[in-house]
Design a protein around this ligand. Structure first.
Ligand SMILES: *[C@@H]1O[C@H](CO)[C@@H](O)[C@H](O)[C@H]1NC(C)=O
Ligand SMILES: *[C@@H]1O[C@H](CO)[C@@H](O)[C@H](O)[C@H]1NC(C)=O
Ligand SMILES: *[C@@H]1O[C@H](CO)[C@@H](O)[C@H](O)[C@H]1NC(C)=O
Ligand SMILES: *[C@@H]1O[C@H](CO)[C@@H](O)[C@H](O)[C@H]1NC(C)=O
Length: 672
């Protein structure tokens, strides 16, 4: 066994923090970087020579696996940072341009000539080597202490990570300033420095960690390793500050973990100093098959790009009865958690392939549902913790819908509270007259109880996307030649409002005055709460009817401009409370500027890209599937469902690796 020296590690952590400035913005400083690197390597070697025990490990280097030694953070440091973060790339959009963009959905007018860059996107993987001796030992210990068993197949690997990274370099290698991050499991230390805080992180044995951290000579992005015990952070309900005892108790009951869902629930706490705010989250069995423009995943105009399976709608289910070994229980539970906050509805499954996220919004989701996130890793193995109400949430599913719900909430807040609530003298109160005005704006006639929309007016989304990307100088998500470049189609953009079917703009909507608006005087906040969460069908109809009034943009939702339409007099970031309070928070000084920043914060896109997901049960089947992959397939997931017998496993593994190797034969520069 060889242990990567601690000194080199802390040195690198410190470089991590400086990465933004050192590597991203000043590539010229790489020379200086190498000099410092060489110096530090020398000091590390000197340190080694002084510690004979470490020297022993050095001698054993060639014989055993390499680990990444690190010290677990203190309890204080293992508490989540509860500061809601701004989205930096949005701050670069000037107020006048943002006003024009949100209002009209066109990148012209005051946006013409505004410099805008392709999103910087990092890849985030979670990975474990189930064949590692110490990992297997630790797994058996925890299984025995919990008196349960778990299938080994979850911990098998066929060198997928290596090939997934090769596929990423081949197809995303042209992206600027991208970095790759791999979160791996860790095991108790073995050797001279025993102690609770000292841990060994698993390292892919084919990876030269030292070289990986500075990037490859062919332009391969740097790879940074993190480990479970290093990234886990305790979240509690908003407003509660946890004690050190609480954090320690939590850590003891959740770590070490053998549950990928538990690790996913902690991705919100990746250090924003070293991980870009736009990420793609992947499992190692997911591959890029064709070159992609970054707008297939993120753009500063349209936000993260979600791919949803609309044929698979998930209802809230708090019973815990769904299959806990797969995703069912967590999906039903997550939908239930969302229902409690945003109102009851069925929500589309998120396609099981490379997934786009905004790191600040992922973090905001974890703070909003702090308790549910903290309870998720109580299942040390998938589905192992079965206490009612303490099930795992499905981070990806929950966070994706969180963004869409927050955007919807932002639109309703803007129209009800910002625009109409701001009109009367009373400030924030809607009387019968004001409600008549609102009713007229959604198309209701005086004295009529219902508004019906049939056949929506043409919105020009697809033409607009092409125009706006061109105008902003960003690559088009669509491809002229789908067998040469991934062809992504934006089906729905949040600039069109909200879509309850997660597929396209609503074609029809009906709203009843009595049910949704009423006529009595009440606070704007009360009406907002009703439309947003208590009666979601009312909010959906209001958004559909208002969005229908114009071919593009959201100007009808916005409060009127105030004399000083600047974001300097609003809090940054502009956000609504995480928990919906029963009484209204104070109105921002400049409602329009606030609404614009708020709405754009949660901008998102629903898109489709040719993708495949295979659950492979035998080697034969693997080859059969893979021979049928269509040439325009851009995203591929090959899930190991191999039958647990030795023959199938050996055979299947060999077939998969052979196919991976034929597909991506070129080594990355930092492969050993
Ligand atoms: C918490 O996050 C904010 C925003 O990213 C940052 O400014 C602050 O320094 C962080 N606090 C700690 C204790 O890390
Ligand atoms: C996984 O662990 C086994 C046993 O230590 C080792 O032989 C193998 O190389 C490891 N695989 C990777 C990808 O690190
Ligand atoms: C790209 O995909 C869209 C939606 O599936 C399709 O309509 C379009 O024809 C495709 N582009 C090409 C060039 O085939
Ligand atoms: C391999 O798996 C298949 C499908 O699960 C099964 O029918 C077959 O019996 C397995 N082969 C062996 C040798 O166990």
């Amino acid at each position: 066994m060889a242990i990567l020296p601690i000194r080199s590690r802390s040195y690198y952590i410190c470089m991590d923090k400086g990465r933004q400035s050192r590597i991203r913005r000043l590539p010229a400083s790489r020379v200086a970087f190498f000099v410092i690197f060489a110096l530090s390597l020398t000091s590390v070697l000197l340190a080694w020579v002084r510690y004979s025990s470490l020297l022993t490990h050095w001698k054993m280097w060639s014989r055993g696996p390499v680990y990444d030694s690190f010290i677990r953070p203190s309890a204080e440091d293992a508490t989540a940072n509860t500061t809601i973060r701004p989205i930096k790339s949005h701050l670069r959009i000037p107020d006048a341009c943002l006003d024009h963009w949100v209002s009209y959905g066109r990148w012209d007018g005051s946006c013409a000539g505004v410099p805008i860059q392709e999103s910087t996107i990092d890849l985030v993987y979670i990975w474990v080597n189930g064949s590692d001796k110490y990992h297997a030992e630790s797994r058996q210990d925890v299984l025995a202490s919990l008196k349960i068993s778990a299938a080994d197949s979850r911990f098998r690997e066929h060198d997928e990570l290596r090939y997934s990274l090769r596929s990423a370099f081949k197809n995303l290698g042209h992206w600027k300033n991208s970095a790759w991050h791999v979160v791996t499991a860790d095991v108790p230390t073995h050797g001279p420095f025993q102690g609770d805080a000292q841990r060994l992180g698993l390292v892919p044995q084919w990876l030269d960690v030292d070289r990986a951290r500075i990037g490859g000579v062919n332009g391969e992005p740097p790879i940074y390793l993190y480990h479970d015990s290093e990234v886990f952070r305790y979240t509690s309900s908003p407003g509660h500050t946890p004690t050190v005892e609480e954090v320690n108790k939590w850590r003891q009951s959740v770590l070490p973990t053998f549950n990928s869902m538990a690790v996913e629930s902690q991705l919100p706490h990746l250090d924003p100093e070293s991980v870009s705010e736009n990420i793609i989250y992947l499992n190692d069995d997911q591959f890029f098959m064709l070159p992609f423009p970054s707008s297939a995943f993120h753009s500063p105009l349209y936000g993260p790009v979600f791919r949803l399976v609309t044929g698979f709608m998930v209802q809230g289910n708090p019973s815990g009865e769904g299959d806990s070994g797969g995703e069912w229980r967590s999906l039903g539970w997550s939908s239930h958690v969302l229902d409690q906050r945003f109102g009851i509805r069925a929500r589309a499954y998120v396609a099981h392939n490379a997934r786009s996220f905004s790191l600040p919004l992922l973090h905001e989701a974890a703070l909003t549902f702090g308790d549910a996130f903290a309870l998720t890793p109580m299942s040390r193995f998938r589905g192992s913790h079965s206490v009612s109400g303490e099930y795992e949430i499905n981070t990806i599913y929950l966070a994706t819908h969180f963004v869409m719900e927050r955007h919807r909430e932002a639109l309703l807040w803007s129209w009800v509270v910002g625009k109409w609530g701001g009109m009367g003298d009373g400030g924030g109160v809607l009387d019968r007259n004001t409600k008549d005005g609102m009713w007229a704006e959604i198309g209701g006639r005086h004295g009529e109880e219902e508004v019906k929309m049939r056949r929506s007016s043409g919105r020009t989304t697809n033409e607009d996307v092409a125009f706006n990307m061109r105008s902003a100088g960003l690559a088009q998500p669509r491809s002229e030649d789908p067998e040469k470049q991934a062809n992504t189609t934006y089906l729905f953009v949040s600039n069109d409002g909200f879509t309850p079917n997660y597929m396209s703009r609503p074609e029809e909507a009906t709203i009843s005055r009595n049910d949704c608006m009423g006529s009595e005087t009440e606070t704007a906040w009360a009406v907002f709460r009703r439309l947003a969460a208590e009666k979601p069908h009312c909010g959906d109809a209001v958004i559909a009817l208002l969005a229908n009034a114009a071919p593009n943009g959201l100007s009808i939702f916005l409060p009127p401009p105030s004399p000083s339409s600047s974001s300097s007099d609003i809090p940054m970031p502009a956000v609504l409370p995480l928990i919906m309070p029963s009484s209204p928070p104070p109105l921002p000084q400049n409602s329009r500027a606030f609404a614009l920043r708020l709405i754009h914060r949660y901008a998102y896109t629903i898109a489709e890209t040719p993708s495949e997901f295979f659950g492979v049960e035998t080697g034969e089947q693997a080859m059969w599937y893979l021979s049928w992959v269509r040439p325009d397939t851009a995203l591929l997931c090959v899930n190991d469902d191999l039958a647990d017998d030795a023959w199938n496993v050996t055979q299947g593994s060999a077939q998969l690796q052979q196919w991976f190797q034929s597909k991506w034969p070129d080594k990355l520069a930092y492969e050993i």
